[in-house]
Design a protein around this ligand. Sequence first.
Ligand SMILES: Nc1nc2c(ncn2[C@@H]2O[C@H](COP(=O)(O)OP(=O)(O)OP(=O)(O)O)[C@@H](O)[C@H]2O)c(=O)[nH]1
Ligand SMILES: [Mg+2]
Ligand SMILES: [Zn+2]
Length: 224
Amino acid sequence: MKIPVLRNVFEKNEYAAAHNRTYFDEQSVTCINILGGAGAGKTALLEALLPRLGPELRVGVLEGDLATTKDAARIAALGVPVVQLLTDGGCHLTATLVKHGLERLPLKDLDLLIVENVGNPICPANFDLGEHLRISLLSVTEGDDKPAKYPLLFKDSSIVVISKCDLLEHTDFDMESAKRDIRRLSPQMEIFETAARAGSGIDRLGDWVASKLVPQRDDGDNAS
Ligand SMILES: Nc1nc2c(ncn2[C@@H]2O[C@H](COP(=O)(O)OP(=O)(O)OP(=O)(O)O)[C@@H](O)[C@H]2O)c(=O)[nH]1
Ligand SMILES: [Mg+2]
Ligand SMILES: [Zn+2]
């Protein structure tokens, strides 16, 4: 006997994700989905990264959380346009919720849209939001066994950021073991080491983001 509920959820999400992707492409906006466990340092990474992306790059953020606007307030404090997406207890963002968020964050004013997913190392990886790129975080305080234990989070990511590296000496995190397990899942995976508070590794990450921006469409304003 078939139980259609989950399948319908996935189909509906795929439909909305395709819609979002088409909209991003039409508007020449690059979309990055940031994933990682609760407290892995996603918002702190954005707080360090956004000011480095430069004033010429127009960035907007969609903040995914179960409850509260705490993360959105941190992004707004940087002067970056932000919309808080509340899942009301749901453990991942859906493409449909992102679609609603875009009604409040017009893409015509942006070059880059960053979506911070709900803090959760499991199911957000299963939900395509229509993004072009994924950044998955692993903080050193979570332990080096997490890539092997939560493979989906790391396997299909565009890059992996190992965060909170300033705390390395206070943990038993084995960097080589973590990287080995990540590359077992994805042999070519590019891995960045960051310490958001100290600002280390952020320039390299910013260069990577800048290198991935889709070219802006010539809208004909300068045509003779
Ligand atoms: N030492 C140190 N602490 C960090 C770093 N990045 C984040 N933190 C701390 O880790 C905690 C969680 O950071 P957040 O940026 O809120 O993590 P998050 O992944 O956005 O959390 P959720 O959105 O709730 O899943 C905070 O107390 C941060 O100050 C870092 O690079 N070094
Ligand atoms: Mg956060
Ligand atoms: Zn979920």
